[in-house]
Design a protein around this ligand. Structure first.
Ligand SMILES: Cc1cc2nc3c(=O)[nH]c(=O)nc-3n(C[C@H](O)[C@H](O)[C@H](O)COP(=O)(O)O)c2cc1C
Length: 236
């Protein structure tokens, strides 16, 4: 009877010991899973990429070698009435979207340009007769970063607005590829390319794109296709 009692007691003891060790293993395994997950989190998800990690923080800074410079007016414009976004600005954004370019808008220092069409044509005509060089506001990006600069403006009296000549003459565009584009009401590219070449003889000027202001404003989907095809033709 004593032997049987001892045998049962031993079996119970063995069973209890083995049960405990099984549950210990389970816990350890789940702790390990947890700690691997935590360490993975702190190495990857825990650090917001593109922000703190040195490799990706530089990705946040602009590395584009392409810049889109443009001048454009809102207010009353030919054939489109009152507009909130300038015709040339619309095309400039399409180019920048496709080429992943940075953008720079030329803004007059002292905005003396009227918001009504007739008055604006008078001021523009006077500037052209005076061969004026209206000033634009600062904040021009460091141009040395860019190989290619798209240059866009509305056609004013068959030519670039005079403020664009201020930019061509003030900034060092030598050695860069310059790509002109215009919006207009029927005059097309209006010699933007040859005039840009004459103003920037040390640059390589490509053939330009001309889009009517009315199309830019009213048919943006078809203009985007035209812009994309043109960009494709010149290597984008
Ligand atoms: C002062 C002035 C002169 C213009 N001269 C011409 C011109 O010679 N030929 C032409 O086709 N369109 C001419 N236009 C029409 C503009 O080129 C056209 O409306 C353009 O899309 C405006 O672009 P924006 O909204 O970016 O300023 C002239 C417009 C203005 C305000």
């Amino acid at each position: 009877m004593k032997k049987w009692f001892l045998l049962v007691l031993t079996l119970v003891f063995v069973f209890v010991i083995s049960g405990c060790s099984t549950s210990d293993r389970t816990e350890t395994a789940s702790e390990q899973t947890e700690s691997v997950t935590e360490s993975e989190r702190s190495d990857t998800d825990g650090l917001p990429k593109n922000k703190y990690n040195s490799e990706s923080s530089s990705e946040n800074e602009s590395k584009s070698s392409v810049l889109v410079v443009y001048f454009s007016r809102t207010g009353e414009q030919y054939g489109v009435g009152e507009i909130d976004k300038g015709n040339t600005a619309i095309v400039a954004e399409m180019i920048a979207d496709k080429t992943e370019a940075d953008m720079f808008e030329i803004l007059p220092v002292d905005d003396h340009y009227p918001m009504t069409y007739d008055a604006l044509t008078d001021v523009a005509k006077q500037e052209q007769s005076d061969n004026a060089r209206p000033e634009y506001s600062g904040g021009v990006p460091d141009l040395s970063q860019y190989d290619t600069v798209f240059m866009g403006a509305p056609v004013w009296w068959g030519d670039w607005p005079m403020i664009m000549y201020t930019f061509f003459e003030n900034e060092d565009l030598s050695g860069k590829t310059l790509v002109p584009f215009s919006t207009h009401a029927g005059s097309g590219i209006s010699g933007f390319d040859s005039k840009l070449s004459a103003a920037c003889p040390a640059s390589n000027v490509l053939d330009g794109l001309a889009v009517t202001g009315a199309d830019a404003q009213n048919n943006p989907d078809s203009v985007r296709i035209t812009v994309d095809e043109w960009l494709y033709d010149i290597g984008y």
